[in-house]
Ligand binder design. Structure first.
Ligand code: PLP
Length: 445
């Protein structure tokens, strides 16, 4: 049985159709957050809730940072909105330059979006446009991965591999997509610390898919370097490097979806740097603005940008794609202030320094009842439970609600609890997260 506690009445809850939520269940026992600061939320009843998820993997610098608030309010007064279609304003140019400095290798060209989903679809469209621009117009197929999550646009759900996100919306989706197997292998890798030892051979399936479909028909392979929403699924040692080798050999683009791994989550700016594998295109969002204002960015290699430029006369639009809010001034101001905080407070390095303590603390849960795996990398952890007799996901949800009413926000994805705390976390917060989880796990169904 889930532990539920009614919260005070506020606005009527009927009208908001909530995303990725069991609306009827939630609305009988809502959990309403009212404020946030640093590592903590406060709910509408005044209870403090420690945030072990950085919101939804986005508030890497902790909540309600004055520097971001000030930048946003100053910007909204000065220039609330300006278009970026055949027009411009300085901030997205400045931000693109800052992002190019952070990005690996020659991923110097930045296309702005408003979310991770838009970043995913933008990356797929740029891959197609690039292939056409360089005379490979038949390269229209994509290869994604089981359990992959690239947001909820039609492109993202097609290349993504989460069944529930696809099946209600017609399985046809993008016409031509194949999927690699996921890399979760609890039998061989349970309770691994850092990247798992086993599973590099799953990258070889890419060779089989290429042999089956023909390299000349494939535009790009798109994966998350580390799958978050699919349940914290880590890349086995050597796996990403092998995917890079195979894609390079067959002249196929490699797209990393770094929407959750970006901006310090793994102790480097991007997973690409942490694991020393450079993709051709990288998608980001979330922690780009510390979650404060919606914004995403797709970073693209010079080679891809140049090919698209060179395929069109100088006075024509090279890419018929964009959003009213691409490079929105207020979002760009939030992002610039966020990047300043990451730099000035050395937050990426801080994540790296906390990693061992985080790992040790989480693995103290290894032997608790029903725990079948604890896995971690950077400041991420996944704790997987055997499903209860009440059904798949019931135990995960029960633990999530127990933790919440005991003062810690965790995220349940089926029977997996995912954690991704703000990078400003201190030892006392790790202690609170782990002891709260321990209580919840011992009492859970
Ligand atoms: N890509 C990845 C890897 C994600 O984890 C997410 C969201 O969790 C998205 C894309 C979608 O981002 P958004 O919800 O901002 O559209």
């Amino acid at each position: 049985m889930a532990v539920n506690k009614p919260q005070s009445e506020g606005a009527r809850l009927d009208n908001f159709w909530m995303p990725f939520t069991a609306n009827r269940q939630y609305k009988t026992t809502p959990r309403l957050l009212a404020k946030a600061e640093g590592m903590y939320y406060t709910d509408v009843e005044g209870n403090s809730v420690l945030d072990s998820t950085a919101g939804l993997w986005c508030c890497n610098a902790g909540h309600s940072r004055d520097q971001i608030t000030d930048a946003v309010s100053k910007q909204i007064k000065e220039l609330d909105y300006a278009p970026t279609f055949q027009m411009g304003h300085p901030l997205p140019f400045e931000l693109a330059e800052r992002l190019a400095e952070l990005a690996p290798a020659d991923l110097n060209r930045v296309f702005f979006t408003n979310s991770g989903s838009e970043s995913a679809d933008t990356a797929l469209k740029i891959a197609l446009a690039y292939q056409r621009a360089r005379g490979h117009a038949n390269r229209t197929m994509f290869i994604g991965r089981e359990q992959g999550y690239h947001g909820t646009g039609f492109g993202g759900i097609s290349v993504g591999g989460m069944v529930n996100n696809r099946k209600a919306f017609n399985s046809q989706l993008l016409p031509s997509v194949a999927h690699l197997p996921h890399t979760l292998d609890i039998e061989r890798n349970a309770f691994s610390k850092g990247l798992p030892d086993h599973g590099v051979e799953r990258a070889e399936v890419l060779e089989q898919l290429i042999a089956l479909h023909g390299a000349e028909n494939i535009a790009a392979v798109m994966i998350e370097p580390m799958s978050g929403s699919g349940g914290v699924i880590l890349p086995p040692k050597g796996y990403l490097k092998r995917l890079r080798e195979i894609t390079a050999k067959h002249d196929i683009l490699l797209i990393f979806d770094e929407v959750i791994t970006g901006f310090g989550r793994l102790g480097d700016a991007f997973a690409s740097q942490r694991w020393d594998v450079t993709p051709d295109i990288m998608t980001t969002a979330k922690a780009l603005t510390n979650g404060a204002i919606p914004m995403g960015a797709v970073m693209v290699s010079d080679r891809i940008y140049d090919a698209c430029m060179n395929a069109a006369p100088e006075d024509t639009i090279e890419l018929f794609h964009g959003y009213t809010y691409s490079g929105h001034p207020v979002a760009a101001a939030a992002a610039l202030a966020t990047l300043d905080i990451y730099r000035d407070e050395n937050l990426f390095e801080r994540a790296r320094q906390l990693e061992t303590e985080w790992e040790e603390a989480l693995h103290s849960l290894d032997n608790l009842p029903n725990v079948i795996d604890v896995r971690n990398t950077g400041l991420i952890a996944g704790i997987q439970f055997a499903p209860s007799s009440e059904g798949i996901g019931k135990r995960g949800y029960d633990i999530f609600t127990r933790c919440f009413y005991d003062g810690v926000l965790v995220r349940a994805s089926g029977d997996i609890i995912a954690m991704s705390p703000p990078l400003i976390m201190e030892s006392k917060h790790i202690d609170q997260m782990v002891s709260t989880l321990e209580r919840a796990i011992k009492q859970a169904i």
